[in-house]
Structures are given as structure tokens and as C-alpha cells.
Design a protein around this ligand. Structure first.
Ligand code: HEC
Length: 217
């Protein structure tokens, strides 16, 4: 009896192990407890209809084209809480990257930041890091890249652009203009308005820019 048992186990073990061998290298072989590997939960962003390997064809057909991963309806705005300012900052920019869009932005797109002095202070740091190389420290269009002749004709904020409305500045920061590239990926909407608040200071020319320096340093 004992011998028979030993003999049986000696035969059963290789049979058990060989059972999980297949010729397909991509197949995991026989799965003894598939529930341990294959979740029955419906995962987001998985179209089970495309994946009959994990399921029977019947299950796959039943789940095909379920609504697990649909895009939101066009024009949907992510909910940003009750804060009025956060909500204003998260509104999508409504103007196209066209000359008409640029003109419309000049008329209809305004900063939601109430405290322009604080905004200009934050904007100065951003401007110094990201814009001076072309526009120059005081916005005269005389940054290093302008001096070395790579990009010429950068306009002076306090002369040529003295009347430039904020909305047009925002449009340019978002889409770029002429030789200036878009800065949309580097600056979020709040930072754009902060920089614009600082450009408003620079539009006032030397005196105002220097006054601002005295106030902020
Ligand atoms: C690579 C150089 C370069 C950099 C960097 C750059 N600009 Fe400009 N910017 C220009 C040039 C060139 C123009 C003139 C574009 C034109 O009118 O064709 C310009 C124009 C502008 C204008 C006027 C747009 C208008 O409506 O006429 C604003 C505002 C402006 N830049 C803001 C910024 C801000 C803010 C930054 C930093 C975040 C910045 N720029 C960084 C080169 C640059």
C-alpha cells in the first residue's frame, strides 16, 4: 500500500508539472486558479470586448462597447470647486489662434486677479526667469538674444506696445506671435495673468518700473 502511494505520487508529480507546459511561449499555460490572476472587476479604460483572451467570447461580446471609457461631452468643464477665482481661472480660453481671435481677446478677455499689485510682484519673478532673455529686464526689447542679433525687432512695452490690451498679451502668451513661441505649456492661466500684471508696470516706462522696483525689493 505504501509502495503504491509512493509510486503514484512519483508519477503524478511530473504529470502535474508537465500539464502547465505548452508550445506557445506567450501563453501562461494551465492556470489552476484563474480567479487569482484574472479580476472580475470592470476596470476603467479597458475595452473588454477587444480582449477575448481573458474571457469567453460570450462575455467579451456582452461587454463590447460598454461605456467604460467614453470621452466627456464636448465643452465639458472640469469641476474646480466653489472658489470663484479658481473657477474663473479654469474656464477654457474661448478664442481661436487667428487674427480675429486676437482682436476679440483684446476686447473681451480680462484678468480675474483682483489684487494687481500682488499679481505684479509674483509676475516679476516669472518674467525675469522666462522673458528677459528676449524682452530685456525693463521690457525694452533688448534682452541678450536681441543683443546678439538672433531675434531683432522685439517691441518695447512702453513705446510700441504701450496701449496693448491685456487680452492680446494673454493671446500671445498662449499661442505665440511671430518669432515668439507659445508659452502655454510653461505658464498656467494664473501665472500668465501675473506676468501680464507686471508687463502693465513695464508699460508705464522707466519711472514706473523703477518705482515698482523700490516697492518690491
Ligand atoms: C525668443 C524670444 C522671446 C521670448 C522668450 C519671449 N518673447 Fe515675447 N515677443 C518676442 C517677439 C519677437 C515679439 C514680437 C512678436 C510680433 O509682433 O511679431 C514678442 C511679443 C510679445 C508681446 C506683444 C504681443 C502683441 O500682442 O503684440 C508680449 C505681450 C510678449 N511678447 C510677452 C512675452 C512674455 C510674457 C514672455 C515670457 C513668458 C515672452 N514674451 C517671451 C520674443 C520673445
Amino acid at each position: 500500500m505504501k509502495t503504491a502511494n509512493i509510486l503514484l505520487s512519483a508519477l503524478a508529480l511530473p504529470a502535474f508539472l508537465l500539464g502547465s507546459c505548452t508550445t506557445n511561449p506567450d501563453s501562461p499555460g494551465l492556470e489552476f486558479m484563474p480567479d487569482m490572476y484574472r479580476s472580475h472587476a470592470v476596470e476603467a479604460y479597458v475595452d473588454y470586448g477587444m480582449d477575448p483572451y481573458h474571457f469567453t467570447e460570450e462575455t467579451a461580446a456582452a461587454q463590447r462597447n460598454t461605456s467604460s471609457a467614453r470621452k466627456p461631452v464636448e465643452g465639458t468643464i472640469a469641476y474646480r470647486g466653489e472658489d470663484v477665482l479658481e473657477r474663473a481661472l479654469s474656464m477654457p480660453y474661448p478664442f481661436e489662434n487667428t487674427p480675429e481671435g486676437y482682436e476679440e481677446a483684446g476686447l473681451d478677455w480680462h484678468s480675474p486677479l483682483k489684487d494687481q499689485t500682488a499679481a505684479a510682484e509674483a509676475g516679476e519673478a516669472l518674467y525675469t526667469t522666462m522673458c528677459t532673455q528676449c524682452h530685456g529686464e525693463k521690457g525694452k526689447g533688448d534682452g541678450k538674444i536681441s543683443q546678439n542679433g538672433h531675434i531683432v525687432g522685439i517691441p518695447d512695452y512702453s513705446v510700441k506696445l504701450v496701449d496693448l490690451p491685456d487680452g492680446k498679451m494673454y493671446h500671445t502668451i498662449k499661442y505665440g506671435k511671430g518669432l515668439m513661441g507659445s508659452h502655454a505649456s510653461q505658464l498656467n492661466p494664473r501665472q500668465r495673468w501675473e506676468i501680464i500684471a507686471y508687463i502693465n508696470v513695464l508699460q508705464g516706462g522707466d519711472d514706473v518700473a523703477e518705482d515698482n522696483d523700490e516697492n518690491t525689493h
